[in-house]
Design a binder for this molecule. Structure first.
Ligand code: FE2
Length: 140
């Protein structure tokens, strides 16, 4: 599976888009590690690498939403919590297993890759559109 940032993921907000590129790079590294069936230690290391940037990125996005008083912030934060829960489940699985299995990799694709792609195209795009609208209203 190729996990890559492409034009369909552009929200129009430079900060968000730049961070999404980094996050997707880290997710791609984790997915490759799972697909290769790397060791448990390596998989946990790559999950840490991804998780670290996820937390940074979600915090940045939430701060941005607070600054612009985005009306959908509560629902958006709840979605971020859902994703964090998905990651916590991946940690639990790795903890209890020998390493990444095929089934685990499928779960990663669904709960990390597909989840994020959809989130970017819907939730994050709405934030970017709101900021754009707000900025152009300010210029009037
Ligand atoms: Fe988001």
């Amino acid at each position: 599976m190729e996990v890559m940032f492409d034009d369909s993921l552009i929200t129009g907000n430079d900060t968000i888009d730049t961070q999404h590129k980094e996050l997707i790079d880290r997710i791609a590294a984790f997915v490759s590690c799972c697909e290769r069936g790397d060791s448990k230690i390596q998989a946990i290391r790559m999950l840490d690498y991804m998780d670290e940037y996820t937390n940074f990125h979600f915090a940045a996005e939430e701060k941005l939403q607070e600054e612009v008083e985005y009306p959908g912030i509560k629902e958006h934060k709840a979605k971020h919590e859902e994703f964090k829960g998905n990651i916590a489940e991946l940690y639990e699985f790795l903890d209890e297993s020998e390493g990444p299995t095929e089934q685990f990799t499928e779960t990663v694709k669904k709960n990390v890759v597909d989840w994020l792609m959809y989130h970017i195209k819907s939730f994050d795009r709405s934030v970017a559109e709101y900021i754009n609208m707000r900025d152009s209203a300010d210029r009037l």
